[in-house]
Design a protein around this ligand. Structure first.
Ligand code: FE
Length: 139
């Protein structure tokens, strides 16, 4: 992974074989980014996506393998109990240009992955919400 900082933006190049979520987290820790927004595109060959079913408070997940374009990666950076907390969603498309997507758990880069982090110079904490079971923004 390579990183370049421009004003309050961090430009990340995540390389072939590297895992996207770990790489973004590493970039946040090393650069002390505690809050912000994330956008990205790229190509991956293995990813684990999920869905949270609010009604029964259960996480479903599925691993996809093959050639995928990352047509959109969107997310945010916050903290929970002082630790970096990433919330990432992804949409990928396959050889037939069909899309799949969901909550992003992990993804391995096949070609390249280009991420832009826009840093927010503040702390946005999360808290457990008992009604939904989710870790929601504590604003
Ligand atoms: Fe999510």
């Amino acid at each position: 992974m390579k990183i370049k900082k421009v004003e309050n933006n961090y430009i990340l190049r995540i390389d072939r074989g590297e895992e996207i979520v770990d790489s973004i987290k590493k970039a946040c820790i090393e650069n002390e980014i505690k809050a912000g927004g994330i956008i990205g595109v790229g190509a991956v060959d293995e990813l684990k996506i999920g869905l949270y079913n609010v009604d029964n408070k259960e996480y479903l997940s599925e691993t996809l393998k093959g050639a995928f374009e990352v047509t959109n990666l969107t997310g945010n950076i916050s903290t929970m109990n002082g630790e970096i907390y990433l919330h990432l969603h992804i949409t990928v498309t396959d050889e037939n240009y069909n899309a799949k997507g969901g909550h992003l758990n992990s993804a391995r880069v096949s070609g390249t992955c280009e991420i832009i982090i826009k840093e927010i110079k503040d702390i946005i904490e999360r808290k457990k919400d008992s009604e939904t079971g989710l870790n929601i923004y504590d604003l």
